[in-house]
Design a protein around this ligand. Structure first.
Ligand SMILES: *[C@@H]1O[C@H](CO)[C@@H](O)[C@H](O)[C@H]1NC(C)=O
Ligand SMILES: *[C@@H]1O[C@H](CO)[C@@H](O)[C@H](O)[C@H]1NC(C)=O
Length: 285
């Protein structure tokens, strides 16, 4: 915890020292995945335009190339790309002449029929995260959503919202529209609230549940089931046998009680008759 608070302090001081010369990169349309052939505008929103911010990218084919070199068209502090090709997939960022850098954005361009529209920037803890699965022509087809390779759920209208995200919702998401296809995966990151101290971040991260028990090896699962269920089974057996013994023990008296009342009643009646006759006899005298 001390290490993370120290890191946060360093992060904050670096933020403060760089506020004089900052830029943030935004992308329009705001999506981390695009279809091949789409046109895109990337903007370096800057505090100080004299710093000469330019858009750069790393792709699988090239590193640190600049907008206007042999891709994109610079428009002021923005860069327009009229045709996104699959190999344009990569990391984009703004860089000043002095070498200061903005946030970076990962863009995936697919030649396939389905994309997952996920936030380009990290989502703040506690906010809602909406993911849209779409084809080129439609954004409301039923879609299945996956996180880190595991199926989450099917959404009939193609939009999945996760309310009040936590660190645990961070991961690699993808979606699938049946009979159309699957999207590429995209990483969704969640950042801690800026006002909170370091401890909630680390605790909420450590509270993320481990993989579900389905991934456990069968022998281990059996042991866990026995450990969990045996005390219950044993107590149930004890209770059942106790109840049976009681029922047996009570069985005879109950049976006697069942048969005796008639005898007792008869006896009582006889006695009563005797008493009456005796009384009447006494009265007669
Ligand atoms: C750049 O792209 C944006 C958004 O796609 C568009 O509005 C703008 O007209 C384009 N600018 C030029 C010079 O093509
Ligand atoms: C771009 O690639 C270079 C060289 O591999 C690397 O040093 C740099 O960190 C990368 N930039 C980003 C933002 O990923």
């Amino acid at each position: 915890m001390e290490d993370t608070s120290l890191l946060q302090l360093l992060f904050l001081t670096s933020l403060l020292s760089s506020t004089t010369n900052q830029a943030s990169l935004t992308v329009s349309p705001s999506s981390s995945q695009m279809f091949e052939g789409q046109s895109v505008s990337l903007s370096c929103e800057e505090d100080d335009s004299s710093a000469g911010w330019t858009l750069r990218r790393n792709t699988t084919r090239e590193t640190r190339t600049q907008c206007g070199d042999d891709w994109g068209r610079p428009v002021g502090s923005s860069c327009n790309i009229s045709y996104m090709a699959p190999w344009y997939s990569g990391v984009y960022w703004c860089e000043s002449r002095e070498g200061a850098t903005s946030n970076s954005i990962t863009i995936t361009v697919t030649g396939g029929p389905v994309i997952l529209q996920s936030p380009v920037l990290p989502v703040m803890e506690g906010e809602d995260l909406t993911l849209t699965c779409r084809t080129k022509t439609s954004s409301n087809l039923a879609a299945g959503f996956y996180k880190d390779g595991s199926f989450i759920r099917t959404e009939p209208a193609g939009h999945m919202t996760i309310h009040h995200v936590s660190r645990c919702d961070e991961g690699l998401y993808k979606c699938l529209i049946s009979s159309v296809g699957e999207s590429p995966p995209s990483w969704v990151s969640v950042t801690g609230k800026p006002n909170t101290t370091s401890s909630p971040i680390t605790t909420s991260q450590s509270l993320c549940l481990p993989p579900p028990p389905d991934t456990l090896a069968p022998p281990l699962r059996l042991v866990i089931h026995m450990v969990v269920f045996c005390p219950f089974c044993i107590s149930t057996l004890i209770m059942v046998s106790l109840y049976r013994r009681r029922a047996k023990g009570n069985g005879l008296p109950v049976a006697m009680v069942m048969t005796s009342p008639t005898q007792a009643e008869e006896g009582l009646d006889e006695d009563y008759d005797d008493v009456i006759t005796a009384v009447t006899r006494e009265h007669h005298f």
